[in-house]
Ligand binder design. Sequence first.
Ligand SMILES: [Zn+2]
Length: 290
Amino acid sequence: MRIYICNLFLFLYVSILEDNRKAMIIRRLKSGILFGTVLLTVQCASVPITGRKQLILMPESEMVQMSLTSYDDFLKENKLSTNVANTRRVKEVGSRIAAAVEAYMKSRGLEAQIEGYRWEFNLVQSPEINAWCMPGGKVVVYEGILPVCQDNNGLAVVMGHEIAHAIARHGNERMSQQMVLQAGSAVAAYALKDKPGTTQALLGAAIGLGSNYGVVLPFSRKHELEADRLGLIFMTMAGYDPQQAIPFWTRMAAVGSGQKPPEFMSTHPSDAHRIAQIKALLPEVMKYKK
Ligand SMILES: [Zn+2]
């Protein structure tokens, strides 16, 4: 099974379909058992640093468990890089950023949010310009992205971004949105009954009318920007230079302007807009410099 960065939701969603968990979850949702959890979680869950409220319905331990199996399957089907130096670089940069994030989470009393995460950083043999991270911290970097990264700062831009998707639980959030969509508007209407305005607005946004284009894609862009912001902060906490994100995304844009843009570009369009947003983030990011 081929998986790509930020298409994680689809991947996990299929896993759920395969083992009937989806049916079980929807049954529970429909029977109302999850309503309390839904609303409680909606009110409580938020992304570290950005503080954005998010819809988290799946137990994160469940997400991590699914990732472990999927990650092992991927590693069985794909060859690890034989380049010892590059493999070590990927592991070192990843571990350094993960350690910095964990220390930050602990210092803010947020370590429970990443309980059960098992960081792993692997470089696979492939000319593809790609990288991704599964819930729980299972990262894969493709050899093809290394020339775009150029050095460890460039690699830290990619890995910081991927680690940010895991820390911000974007996979869980996407899955949760889909669960709500799947459960149907009748269930949602019941859940929304007599609830405070903010919860209504949040659930309303997740459920939305014309949901495919109204919800999933905009959230995807939101997740990307959030992963950029957090990724830059995390790489800075780990001692890397976030200013190098500008030349990195500029190089990525140049690669992406070819006839066949790399997969990474389809989910991470590095256009002038994205680069401008990253530039605007740098003053905030630099505050995390040690
Ligand atoms: Zn991303």
